[in-house]
Design a protein around this ligand. Structure first.
Ligand code: KIV
Length: 266
């Protein structure tokens, strides 16, 4: 029987050169499917705000919404480690708010770790939250909650920005993060960071040399028709299949072909 993945397991995987697999999930049925697929960790991402709730950015997502998603994920009892994303303004306002809200995610949601966006600027938060035994995954490079500062979802760390991203990576490791997401940075910089850090790096749009990879489940299944970033690989194209199934249902109800005696009670 597969055993539950723990944070020490992820650290061991880095040390042994085993790549770490992470996907997002936001609800019970997808968590079952993703967990049965064998991922090491499930990220209950604030990307839920975009792919689940239909917002343009992750910024409107609230604590209560994230706790709702984390609870639904946990009800599926996944073997994968469950990491909950901290929404915008739940941790940026100071260490007291950060500790309280990260604590809520563990206590009320049942998350096993939290993720916060930011590097050197969030080191004090990562240090405070880690010091009360809440494991923190950091997230640097293209941080979607900084969309307005960045002027869009743009690759970070090119040329003279590279040193700042490297500093961020060391800052979050030093502050106590157990892993760090590297998003939207050049592959060569991600390779360098992954070689230098002792904690695992989890890449998304950061090339093949990270210690692990994370993607949004709706993106890899072709469920998000709005846009498809360059770094996404579509492993299935489910949207047309679902629409075809729904169209067939509509047609059969209209024609009287469904339901039959087989689907009726005597
Ligand atoms: O919100 C999210 O899903 C994320 C990942 C894409 C890294 O932050």
């Amino acid at each position: 029987m597969r055993k539950k993945t723990t944070i020490p397991d992820l650290l061991k995987m880095k040390q042994n050169g085993q790549r770490i697999t992470v996907l997002t999930a936001y609800d019970y049925p997808f968590t079952r499917l993703v967990d049965n697929g064998g991922v090491d960790a499930i990220l209950v991402g604030d990307s839920a705000g975009v792919v689940f709730a239909g917002h343009d950015t992750t910024l409107p997502v609230t604590m209560d919404e994230m706790i709702y998603h984390v609870r639904a994920v946990k009800r599926a009892d996944p073997k994968a480690l469950v990491v909950a994303d901290m929404p915008f303004m739940s941790y940026q306002t100071g260490i007291e708010d950060a500790c309280r809200n990260c604590g809520r995610m563990i206590k009320e949601g049942g998350a096993e770790a939290v993720k916060v966006e930011g590097g050197s600027n969030m080191a004090h938060v990562i240090r405070a939250v880690s010091s009360i035994d809440i494991p923190v995954m950091a997230h640097i490079g293209l941080t979607p909650q900084s969309v307005h500062r960045m002027g869009g979802y743009k690759v970070q760390g090119r040329n003279d920005q590279a040193e700042r991203i490297m500093d961020d990576a060391f800052a979050v490791q030093h502050a106590g993060a157990f892993a760090v997401v590297l998003e939207g940075i050049p592959a060569s910089l991600a390779a360098e960071i992954s070689a230098e850090l002792s904690i695992p790096t989890i890449g998304i749009g950061a090339g093949p040399s990270c210690d692990g990879q994370v993607l949004v489940i709706h993106d890899i299944l072709g469920l998000c028709e709005k846009y498809s970033p360059k770094f996404v690989k579509r492993y299935a194209d489910l949207a047309p299949l679902i629409t075809a199934a729904v169209s067939q249902y509509v047609a059969e109800v209209r024609s009287g072909e469904f339901p039959t005696a087989e689907h009726s009670f005597t």
